[in-house]
Structures are given as C-alpha cells and as structure tokens.
Design a protein around this ligand. Structure first.
Ligand code: NAX
Length: 367
C-alpha cells in the first residue's frame, strides 16, 4: 500500500494490474494498465465505484463484485471506493482484506475520500454511503441529512463518470437520493440512474417461497411499486409459483395482509432481531439489481426504481419502483400491466409520499 495525499484528500492507492499499456487516472491516485479482450476471453476491465465502502453493506457487496457475481466471470473490475475521512482507516482495512482474497478478476483498487477520484471514468456506481437513521430522526430528518451528499456526488458523477455509467442508489432514502443525484448530473440521461427496491422484491420472493414450501427459484415476476419505505406495494398479481399463478395458490387475505405487511416492515424486523440493519441481503440485492441491468433479466420482471417518464401516471421525474425487464444493458418498463383498484390506491399512496419528499429537497434539485 502506498498511502498518498491528493490536495487535502486522502488516497489509499491500489495494487496495479498486469498489462502492457499503462494509463494514468490523472488524479495521482494510481497507475492502472487497461487491457483489451485477451485470448483467454477476458474482457477489458471496467471501473466500479462504491460509496460507503467501509460500511456494513460495502463489506458484503465488494466481495460479490470482485468474485464476478455481478458483472460476469469474464469481466475484470477496478474498484474505486469512496469513504468520508472518518471511514478511511476502516477502508484501509477493507482494501487489505480484498487484496488478501486474491480475486483473479480484481485488477485494481482505489480508496479515496474524493468523489471526483472515486467516480473517475466509472462504468457502474453503487451509491451506498449515507447517514444512517438514528432513533431521534423521522423520515424528513433523514431526507434533510442525506440530501446534500447526493448533490455533491451527482455533480462529481456528471463531471467524471463514463457517459454510459449505470448508477444504483442504495443509501436511504434511496428513491429521493437518486432523484437528487440525477438532477445534479444533467449530462447523464436520467435512465442511467436508479434506486434499489430489489431487496423488497427478494423479501417478497422469500415469503412466497416459504409459504408455498418451494425454493425461491420457483417464484417469478413478483415486483415492487413505489418507494423503498413501508408504503411500498409488493404486487403478487402476475407472480407465478412453480408455473401457477400466485393468486391461485395464496388467498387474498394473506396477499393483502400478512404477506404485504411482512415485506413492508422487514427492514425494521431485522433491526430488532439483529441489532443492525440488513447488510448481507442488501448487498445481495444490489448485486442482483446491477447484474440484471448489466447482463439482462432473461425475460423476468424485476423491480427497479427509475425517474418516471410518466409511466402508470406517476409524475415525471419521481424515482418510483416499476416492473421492468432488462435487455442489452437497457431497462424497459413493462407498461401494459392492468392496475386494479387496490394496486392503484397503493401507487397513489407512494406517489403522495414521494411528492412530499421531492418538495422537501426542492432546493437541492438545481434549476
Ligand atoms: P453503515 O453505516 O454501516 O455504512 C455507511 C458507510 O457510508 C459508512 O462507512 C460511512 O462512513 C459512509 N458514508 C457516510 N457518508 C458518506 C459519504 N458522503 N460518502 C461516502 N461514504 C459515506 O451503513 P450500511 O448498513 O452499509 O447501509 C448503508 C445505507 O444503505 C444506509 O443509508 C441504509 O439505510 C441503506 N439501506 C438501503 C436498503 C435498500 O433496500 N435500499 C436496505 C439496507 C439499508 O438499510
């Protein structure tokens, strides 16, 4: 490790990757060689930025990315890890452990507290870092505490990232944080920003699998509408359980009662049981989200919160979870699903909450 200083910012440096052509990042952070697709079928390395990298989710997520679970087993990665100054020592330890894991796909690591270095030429970005909610905070306090982080990070993404970057926001309140980052990155198309509701979808899959006594792989096409908050709606109407409609297998009372409640309040239940918020399952969901976006969802419906283009009557720009399919690196919202009165009432409830959150951060959304 070669500790370094970049202005007032700290850069932890990286281990270099093998290759013939060296290319400097232009930041003083490191020397990285970038290779093209080789005889071994390996692709050119991509740059993957993760914020809050020394936190609990980061500790699980980085290993999934470096092992190939997210971008594929023939896709080398250069990890560009962002922390705030108090997290830099922990990040140093995380980087040591990543090196000690000897991943063959890991072609470089940068640890920094400067977003411009972390997002430099990034192809994929996981915005995980944010201030956690404490006991005395309500949701509006959380929005106010975290909003400004995503102004600066949005600007840095705009200035530094690859024009084709894919961004997933995990840090809460993730829908509104994604809205702020997107608004502050005007040169990047809004379709390249998203927020994560995949954990909520995976929780819904887990509940259905357990209730039906089948493995999770037998559950398809249950998805989430709305906000990553307890107003979300896990929609079971198009889901299948081992090829049969979920609405024929489960009764309506369970689907609109304890199934919905369990999924919507699972985060809190985990905090109560574990004494800490979901971390491994959140990292797994972030991996699933980006993997499907990057590699395709194989025709399956998946949940992604995206800046609305007016789909299902959701006001333009609100970052709202929709049913999506991923193909060739694009997300396509499934636009033709019928909406019954119960689903519409849940969509309306989520729109109302997200409009309030947007109003609360209106000063952070630029012009
Ligand atoms: P931790 O508190 O363990 O880690 C957060 C890390 O972010 C810390 O190391 C901190 O130093 C760093 N950080 C804070 N501000 C930063 C900034 N401006 N730039 C870079 N890094 C910064 O939290 P963890 O358990 O990892 O959770 C991270 C976020 O995910 C939280 O906001 C949490 O609420 C959210 N979650 C989102 C979920 C979702 O489904 N969308 C589910 C899990 C989780 O609750």
């Amino acid at each position: 490790m070669i500790p370094g200083e970049e202005g007032n910012r700290k850069v932890l440096s990286s281990h270099p990757i093998a290759g013939e052509r060296g290319r400097h990042m232009g930041t003083g952070a490191e020397e990285i060689a970038v290779t093209g697709e080789g005889d071994d079928g390996m692709k050119k390395p991509i740059r993957v930025a993760v914020t809050g990298a020394a936190g609990n989710i980061g500790y699980a997520l980085l290993w999934r990315i470096a092992s190939g679970d997210c971008f594929g087993t023939n896709q080398p990665v250069i990890l560009q890890l962002l922390e705030i100054p108090p997290g830099m020592q922990r990040l140093d330890g995380v980087i040591m452990e990543l090196k000690d894991s000897a991943f063959s796909l890991l072609h470089g690591i940068v640890g920094t507290d400067d977003p411009n270095i972390a997002f430099n030429e990034a192809d994929a970005i996981f915005l995980v870092g944010s201030r956690p909610r404490t006991k005395d905070m309500d949701r509006s306090d959380l929005v106010a505490a975290n909003g400004p982080i995503f102004v600066g990070q949005g600007k840095a993404i705009d200035a530094m990232a690859s024009p084709n970057v894919k961004v997933v926001t995990v840090g809460n309140p993730c829908n509104t944080n994604a809205l702020i980052a997107c608004a502050n990155a005007p040169s990047i198309p809004s379709r390249q920003f998203s927020a994560m509701t995949r954990l909520d979808q995976n929780r819904a899959v887990g509940q259905m699998a357990e209730h039906a006594g089948v493995p999770a792989s037998k559950i398809h096409d249950v998805f989430i509408w709305g906000n990553h908050a307890n107003t979300m709606y896990p929609d079971p109407r198009f889901a299948t359980v081992d090829g049969k409609m979920a609405t024929e297998i489960f009764d309506r009372e369970w689907l609109q009662g304890s199934f919905l409640d369990t999924v919507a309040t699972r985060g809190k239940a985990i905090i109560v049981a574990r004494g800490a918020s979901s971390a491994a399952s959140a990292a797994s969901a972030a991996t699933d989200h980006m993997r499907d976006w990057w590699q395709g969802s194989n025709g399956r419906i998946v949940s992604m919160a995206l800046p609305s283009e007016g789909w299902y009557g959701v006001p333009e720009g609100l970052v709202f979870s929709f049913p999506c399919r991923c193909e060739n690196g694009d997300v396509i919202v499934v636009e033709d699903l019928p909406v019954d009165s119960f689903a519409q009432s849940k969509i309306d409830e989520n729109v109302a909450v997200l409009l309030e959150e947007r109003e609360a951060v209106s000063e952070l959304l630029g012009s």
